[in-house]
Write a protein that binds this ligand. Structure first.
Ligand code: NAP
Ligand code: GDD
Length: 335
């Protein structure tokens, strides 16, 4: 029988790739969108009516219950979150409400409506924060370094609690950073590839960044949504690290992205204290052995390939935006 998947955060980077993946696997896919005054469907527009859209919000438990009752999903992927770490210091309570308590609202709703639903929680390597060991695995103690990380720790442990208290199939993926041309512009990788492409096109002269010494384990988002699906197909619910097992500094990402466009980043990058965080996560590198051994999951895109994919995509985007701008300027000059 055709399975139904319900995705929160479907308008985000991961939600859009996961919806594509599940549709390709023959699922009926229902995605939740919260009410906004502008249209947030840029990443899922191409899916058209193959993706069912419902209205709801992680802040509103009744809306979640209503969706579960009407859509009757077999699997729920909870990807929605206030996911930008710097914003979590300025909006700590809101981040806790969405990224932390939102998980409990969803778990409560599943427990009451149909406890047989399989639940995936988007946990994160940010929970390791001030990392207590290198590399980090499923047993590494958690030490969050931001309100976002703390909210995710709460959601992570609530998922485990519902699993242990009620025997629900509630699983987590502890995902290390994963990127793509659909990454939000405010995140480091995309901020860099987009700015480098604009600089190469002569449209911008500098790029202002924060701490260049932090190290991250960066992978390719489509690989990671495949891992999410595998986590929910396992015989037993559990927690899995998804990572590449390699770490690179912010500086290396910047240097290679600029070099891919024939530029030396030192000519353009300026350090700006506005982008330095109150507390930093210095070193993340994951050990994905459990996912490899039990789920046969492996990342397919290397660090260098990821940079190439994102630089090429932003080069094309900048060219397209510039062409549109020129057409509009020409039309304005005629009329
Ligand atoms: P993203 O692009 O920031 O997307 C976040 C999604 O959450 C958007 O669809 C957003 O909707 C939605 N959302 C925010 N507040 C909501 C609310 N109150 N109710 C309902 N929906 C709400 O994030 P992502 O990179 O795809 O990440 C997906 C998930 O994985 C997040 O939980 C993130 O914390 C986690 N994670 C990400 C990474 C990574 O490297 N990308 C690593 C580990 C874990 P709008 O479009 O309306 O804003
Ligand atoms: N965003 C940003 N902007 N980051 C900068 C900048 C800048 O101008 N300059 C330096 N950085 C550094 C940050 O200090 C951090 O060490 C690193 O670049 C990566 O920052 P982000 O891309 O914003 O990602 P993140 O690691 O903080 O969080 C992402 O990954 C987590 C998984 O570890 C997000 O996707 C989280 O939602 C996710 O959980």
């Amino acid at each position: 029988m055709r399975k139904t998947a319900f995705i929160t955060g479907v308008t985000g980077q991961d939600g859009s790739y996961l919806a594509e993946l599940l549709l390709a696997k023959g699922y009926r896919v229902v995605g939740m969108i919260r009410r906004t005054s502008t249209v947030p469907t840029e990443r899922i527009y191409h899916l058209g009516e193959t993706l069912e859209i419902v209205s709801g919000d992680l802040l509103d438990e009744k809306s979640l219950r209503h969706i579960l009752e009407t859509c009757q999903p077999d699997e729920v992927y909870n990807l929605a979150a206030q996911s930008f770490v710097p914003e979590s210091w300025t909006q700590a309570v809101l981040t806790g409400e969405i990224t932390g308590l939102g998980v409990t609202r969803m778990l409560n709703a599943i427990h009451d409506v149909n406890p047989h639903i399989r639940f995936y929680q988007a946990s994160t390597s940010e929970m390791f924060g001030k990392a207590q060991e290198v590399p980090q695995n499923e047993r590494t103690p958690l030490y969050p370094r931001s309100p976002y990380g703390a909210a995710k720790v709460y959601g992570h442990w609530m998922t485990i609690n519902f699993r242990e208290s009620y025997g629900m199939f509630a699983a987590t993926g502890i995902l290390f950073n994963h990127e793509s041309p659909r990454r939000g512009m405010e995140f480091l990788t995309r901020k860099v590839t987009y700015a480098a492409a604009r600089i190469a096109a002569g449209l911008q002269t500098e790029l202002r960044l924060g701490n260049m010494d932090a190290q991250r384990d960066w992978g390719y988002a489509p690989d990671y949504v495949e891992g999410m699906w595998r986590i929910l197909q396992a015989d037993e619910p559990s927690d899995y690290v998804l990572a590449t097992g390699e770490t690179h500094s912010v500086r290396e990402w910047v240097e290679k992205s600029f070099r891919a466009l024939g530029l030396d980043y030192k000519d353009y990058v300026v350090t700006d204290p506005r982008f330095v965080r109150p507390a930093e996560v210095d070193l993340l590198v994951g050990d994905p052995c459990k996912a490899h051994n039990l789920l046969d999951w492996k990342p397919t895109v290397t660090f260098d390939q990821l940079i190439a994919i994102m630089v090429e995509a932003d080069k094309a985007l900048v060219a397209e935006q510039e062409a549109t701008r020129q057409v509009i300027a020409k039309l304005r000059s005629i009329h």
